[in-house]
Design a binder for this molecule. Structure first.
Ligand code: SF4
Length: 439
């Protein structure tokens, strides 16, 4: 897939894009703006040892017991100043040269993104790594499922490194493989043989997983005739699935599933939610029989913060404002916005605006701040008035990046993410189906 990536601007143009600086200023009382949690001002090593996702919007989400924990970062990195870490990262990168590729997700903090060779969404970045088959190591400054995807697509022998193992994704973790297997068994009790085709050649259910899911879920989907989607191609993928199945089981993000299916004309009554803690997901058998899309009970805590009231306020305070939100936002928010689309859609929409425009954006604040700094001809602000970055992405502090890069310089591969072959093979199959399904 040919990826369109953000071109990195010179550092000076982006100097005011740092969400971390904004957080420090807020906590120091230098501004009246608020953060969603004062713990954000602490270094991640202060909360890595605690069970949870770190301070921020997902702090209240339940973390699975098996979620990776990060060991303590050596004091030399924890105690280094911002300038020292910046210099050490640059020096290590210079020494490593083409041996390493650094990938930075759109939602990553500025202090890390400035060192990235590529900036983009998770799938764009996994593909960017393919352009460097000779690199020994791919350092993925994102979250766990992204590093897994990069490992699935990378050349054998290339090491994919996640600088902080505790950088998970609360949404991806909401679809646990054991719960998904249990769900499939219960659906088989309702639908019968899951491989039996009807007169139109369609099986009872096709599983579809959002890219934001573990490799184990992608592997499950691959084993059961299913497919992966991104927020850019979700509609194309659902059309692919409906050509092969009477229903879709969509995980983990209920909002992307609902917003996409609704735009395709599927009634809400035919989209029951599957709550893994309830028998039959909380629905009756007849409701499941009638279903077109079964939505897994998952969500992104960052995008769930956006509300219709925030849009109303933006419209009242900024007449003519153009409101664009991510499809991980709740349905009412997507309906109230002018447009919805992936992070890359949002970026391209802003860059394509020829007249100075006011944009209110419903997605993660690091990306919004960076877009605002890169497009000074427009007024761009985040719909959420509270500064609340993705708490797991935020755990990739520059200290961890310096640590893994200096490890590579010393011949040590730290925090390698490697998907086992029995999971990787079907997961790759599900990704290949997505690539083939592109219009
Ligand atoms: S923004 Fe949401 S979906 Fe994306 S990594 Fe963070 S928690 Fe996961």
């Amino acid at each position: 897939m040919a990826a369109t990536l953000l071109t990195l601007q010179p550092r000076a143009e982006r100097a005011d894009a740092s969400v971390d600086h904004a957080i420090q200023a807020i906590v120091a009382g230098a501004t009246t703006t608020e953060t969603c949690n004062t713990d954000l001002a602490a270094g991640p090593w202060n909360f890595d040892a605690r069970p949870g996702y770190g301070p921020g919007s997902s702090m209240g989400d339940v973390i699975p017991t098996g979620a990776p924990r990060q060991g303590e970062l050596p004091a030399a990195y924890r105690e280094a100043s911002d300038d020292e870490l910046d210099a050490r990262i640059r020096a290590a990168k210079e020494t490593l040269g083409d041996r390493v590729v650094i990938l930075g997700h759109f939602y990553q903090r500025e202090e890390v993104v400035r060192h990235a060779d590529y900036v983009g969404d998770s799938f764009q970045l996994a593909n960017a790594a393919l352009e460097h088959p000779d690199a020994e190591a791919i350092v993925f400054c994102g979250v766990h499922f992204m590093a897994e995807t990069a490992d699935l697509l990378s050349r054998p022998g290339q090491a994919v490194i996640l600088p902080n193992l505790a950088a998970g994704c609360s949404m991806a973790d909401m679809a646990d493989i054991d719960q998904v297997e249990e769900c499939w068994e219960q659906l088989a009790d309702v639908y019968g043989d899951m491989e039996q085709t009807d007169a139109d050649g369609r099986v009872p259910v096709i599983p579809v997983t959002y890219m934001n899911s573990s490799a184990a879920i992608k592997g499950f989907v691959g084993r059961h005739g299913g497919i992966v989607c991104t927020s850019s191609n979700a509609r194309t993928v659902l059309e692919w699935a409906f050509a092969r199945g009477r229903r879709v089981l969509f995980f983990p993000d209920q909002h992307l599933g609902r917003n996409t299916a609704k735009a395709m004309g599927i009634p809400l009554e035919q989209m029951p939610m599957w709550n893994p803690r309830k028998p039959l997901g909380g629905s009756r058998a007849d409701e499941l029989e009638d279903a077109r899309v079964i939505l897994w009970h998952g969500f992104c805590s960052v995008h769930r913060r956006f509300t219709v009231e925030q849009i109303d306020t933006a419209r009242a305070e900024h007449p003519g404002v153009r409101v664009i939100v991510h499809p991980e936002c709740p349905m009412a928010v997507v309906d109230a916005a002018d447009e919805s689309g992936s992070t890359d859609y949002i970026r391209r929409a802003i860059e394509a605006a020829t007249e100075p425009t006011t944009f209110a954006i419903g997605t993660e604040v690091n990306l919004v701040q960076r877009l605002a700094a890169a497009n000074p001809q427009h007024e761009i602000f985040c719909l959420d008035p509270v500064v609340c970055p993705c708490s797991t992405m935020y755990r990739i502090h520059p200290g961890y990046l310096a640590w893994v890069l200096e490890g590579l310089v010393a011949g040590e591969t730290l925090n390698r993410i490697a998907v086992p072959a029995d999971v990787a093979d079907p997961a790759r199959l599900a990704l290949e189906r997505m690539l083939a399904a592109r219009p």
